[in-house]
Design a protein around this ligand. Structure first.
Ligand SMILES: [Fe+2]
Length: 558
């Protein structure tokens, strides 16, 4: 059976993947190809490269599976919320909701777009409930036979948080907390209040939080003492004036984007993160209690909160823990594509996802052709890993472009900017010269898996940079540029068997420095999508302060 998974909701992070007989072959987010960050348009380019990779035409697909309900249920739930007073009905909220419905309805929720772009197909069009698609994306890739599966995001058609019980390849719904009682909505509301882009910059709030102090009271907006949590949705929903004026009255004026960060903003970030962590911990505890299972899977945009994930992993409540690395809506393509396996009492396949390298790849021939096109001076390397390690040990900031691109928001050693984590100034150097991003956002370490115990207090198995761990106190001064203010780091543990080239780079760095850790951040500039093609990489290299580029078997220096 050949299935195509799609995320398309006109909200954010459109994506596609292709699955053959329960095996994921290829996955990519539309933003990587279109270069428009969080691209919410129909993922025409992503679908095209999925089909190309599998060497099939659209009419050879058995099913096209969308990770969303059709337009009708989304709109009906909005109307119910307006009627029940759970969301304020204003000219703007009513109009937005209606326009979204009409647009999706006109496109048959994506099916018509698919036929227009790829021609008629005999494939069945399937619309999978959004949270079920998230839940499958966690459970079916966890490798756990039994698991408590938790989905937390901004919204599905009607869901905000859901708990599922995965057993023997089946997923049973346990509990649903309907939208707008949504942790994601709460967090994105305050992301906007703090002058950042909602559904995009939640990282910035999380990174800012440790700089704040406790004391800000958010009980008007969220109650985490009532199990598992209650978001005062009327105070948040509407995503605009009502929320902003309420928050304004209680917390002062919203921060103007790009303006100075004040102590007040840091303290609000602290309170938002603290409430989010408490709510997530409560939901996980409830899921364990309801399912009587201590293997936990997470998905949904809220599950990108690596700080909360780290606390859940280290809480002692959980035996095994898997967070779908493409936790936000790009990942529902992965779940939707597996959904047909549940038909007729069938079972989901369950293959543990151990890496994120599901995207496009460019061989040396394609890379050299791009280098020649731009008339660049380059040299061929006999050992790219050793050459890169040597440059890093000399303090150089490097672009590293190898193999298949990552699926999900993190760069994991295929499309990465690398640097020396021992230099306490490196954080500032990379921030100023390369990423042009906010001073408080921490960089993450990639380390050899076998060295995790020596450097970290937990997270000895963290292939996806999706949970934080405390750096051992005696190691914080060894890798200062990847240790956050509160002693935490968001590590990627690199296994030799899974990414031998990247592992060897770190190994070569260790041979030169004694430290089996490098700084790894995504290969992009601020506000741009991670690079996909050699051309993207070259353009980004020359638009930044990177010292060198190791791309395939080639080295480019300025
Ligand atoms: Fe979602």
């Amino acid at each position: 059976m050949l299935t195509l998974g799609i995320n398309y909701s006109q909200m954010h992070d459109s994506s596609a993947c292709i699955v053959r007989d329960g095996e994921l072959l290829f996955a990519v987010a539309e933003e990587r190809i279109s270069r428009a960050k969080h691209d919410a348009r129909f993922p025409r380019n992503a679908i095209a490269v999925c089909l190309e990779f599998a060497k099939v035409h659209a009419d050879q697909l058995d099913e096209v599976c969308f990770g969303w309900q059709t337009a009708g249920p989304v709109f009906r739930h909005d109307l119910k919320c307006f009627a029940a007073g759970k969301m304020p009905l204003t000219y703007l909220t009513g109009l937005n909701s209606t326009l979204h419905f009409l647009s999706m309805w006109h496109q048959q929720s994506g099916a018509k777009k698919f036929a227009q772009q790829f021609g008629p197909t005999r494939a069945k069009m399937r619309f999978v409930d959004h949270h079920l698609a998230h839940a499958i994306s966690a459970y079916a890739y966890s490798g756990f036979d039994e698991a408590a599966v938790v989905v937390m995001d901004g919204r599905g058609a009607w869901e905000a948080t859901s708990i599922w019980h995965g057993r023997g390849g089946k997923l049973d719904p346990v509990l649903t907390i309907p939208f707008p009682d949504s942790i994601g909505f709460f967090y994105s509301g305050f992301t906007e209040f703090l002058g950042f882009q909602p559904n995009s910059d939640e990282w910035k709030v999380m990174g800012l939080a440790p700089y704040g102090q406790p004391g800000v009271d958010l009980s008007t907006f969220i109650d985490v003492k009532t199990m598992p949590y209650r978001v005062e949705a009327r105070q948040i929903a509407g995503n605009g004036t009502a929320f902003l004026s309420k928050a304004n009255a209680l917390l002062g004026a919203p921060r103007v984007p790009e303006s100075e960060i004040e102590e007040r903003h840091k303290n609000i970030a602290y309170a938002v993160q603290d409430a989010c962590e408490a709510a997530m911990m409560n939901v996980v505890k409830l899921a364990i209690e309801k399912t009587r299972c201590r293997n936990v899977c997470l998905a949904g945009g809220v599950a990108l909160n690596s700080k909360a994930n780290g606390k859940i992993a280290a809480s002692g409540n959980v035996d095994q823990f898997f967070v779908q690395p493409a936790a936000t809506d790009d990942g529902v393509a992965l779940g939707a594509a597996m959904a047909p396996h549940l038909d007729n009492c069938g079972k989901l396949p369950n293959k543990p996802m151990r890496h994120g390298y599901w995207g496009p790849c460019f061989d040396d021939e394609a890379i050299e052709s791009a280098l020649r096109t731009y008339k660049l001076r380059y040299k061929r390397l006999s050992d790219p890993a050793a050459a890169a390690a040597e440059l890093l040990s000399q303090g150089k900031i490097l672009g590293w472009f190898q193999g298949r691109m990552e699926f999900g928001p993190r760069a994991l050693g295929s499309r990465s900017i690398l640097a020396d984590p021992r230099d306490p100034e490196m954080n500032a150097k990379v921030n100023n010269a390369v990423k042009f991003r906010e001073w408080w956002r921490p960089f993450a370490p990639s380390l050899k898996k076998e060295a995790a115990g020596e450097y970290l207090e937990s997270a000895s198995d963290s292939p996806f940079m999706i949970l934080t761990a405390q750096v051992r106190p005696e190691k914080r001064s060894v890798i200062p540029s990847v240790t956050h203010l509160d002693g935490s780091a968001r590590p990627q543990t690199v296994e030799k068997e899974i990414n031998p080239l990247y592992w060897r780079l770190i190994d070569e760095f260790e041979k030169r420095t004694g430290v089996p850790v490098i700084m790894n951040t995504s290969f992009n500039l601020r506000g741009e999508a991670i690079v996909n093609t050699p051309t993207d990489a070259i353009r980004t290299f020359y638009s930044s302060g990177m010292d060198g580029l190791v791309i395939g078997s080639f080295q480019v220096e300025k």
